[in-house]
Design a protein around this ligand. Structure first.
Ligand SMILES: N[C@@H](CCC(=O)N[C@@H](CS)C(=O)NCC(=O)O)C(=O)O
Length: 222
């Protein structure tokens, strides 16, 4: 049975799961859960994932949610080797730490600004929330300094997760001029992670259009 990904392209965590599957060359069946139509609150979806977040993954009855858990599961189960998620505890813990950075800092700071624009009728971003995004990018810039990758000396799932979120921030209007390492790294992710650019391209355009439709100027400019 094929692996099923419950997906909505606008959602960065969904694209982290999708990009990981694509980087591994996996064939996944996509089932769209339209967040804008609140399909994630449908009874069947909530029965499957009580947190009603997207993405969720169904691997022959094993249901997983939280994109970072999905990404590490896919590499552990289907990776030809462990390079995207190293087995060595000292290397793995750095990847885990940076995945938690995306899960608990970078993505939540993005979401704290998009949710009010998309669902609460807001037309601006509060200065402290915007500052929190730029602060997180400053931390990410530091993570990239030693090797140009987020965790260790080569690409891992931590790069996939952080790059999906960061590319989405850029599409929303966040300006990366002050972060040269981040700009170089995003290009490196696009050129070296299989299918990464293609898996994000349309969605990033849609994100940009959606945000523009809610605001009168670039509310993410520093
Ligand atoms: N930590 C989760 C976050 C997922 C998340 O917050 N997804 C959003 C869409 S981007 C969502 O499902 N929102 C609907 C809800 O929370 O009910 C992950 O990485 O999968």
């Amino acid at each position: 049975m094929p692996i099923v990904l419950y997906h909505f392209p606008l959602s960065p965590p969904c694209r982290t799961a999708l990009c990981t599957a694509k980087a591994l060359g996996l064939d996944v069946t996509i089932k769209i859960v339209n967040l804008l139509a609140k399909e994630h609150l449908n009874e069947d979806y909530v029965k499957m994932n009580p947190e009603h977040t997207i993405p969720s993954l169904d691997d022959n009855g094993l249901i997983i949610w939280h994109s970072h858990a999905i990404a590490t599961y896919l590499v552990s189960k289907y990776g030809k080797d462990d390079s995207l998620y190293p087995v060595d505890p000292a290397k793995r813990v750095v990847v885990d730490q940076r995945l938690y950075f995306d899960a608990t800092t970078l993505f939540p700071r993005l979401r704290a600004t998009t949710f009010p624009l998309m669902f609460l009728g807001k037309t601006d971003v509060e200065p402290d929330k915007k500052a929190a995004i730029y602060e997180a990018l400053g931390i990410l810039e530091k993570y990239l300094e030693p090797t140009g990758w987020v965790a260790g000396d080569h690409v891992t799932v931590a790069d996939i997760a952080c790059a999906v979120t960061t590319a989405t921030l850029q599409a929303m209007g966040v300006v990366l001029d002050a972060y040269p390492k981040i700009r170089e790294w995003l290009e490196r992710c696009n050129s070296t992670i299989p299918h990464f650019e293609e898996a994000n391209k349309e969605a990033l355009k849609d994100v940009a259009e959606l945000i523009k439709s809610k605001v009168t100027h670039n509310v993410y400019a520093p």
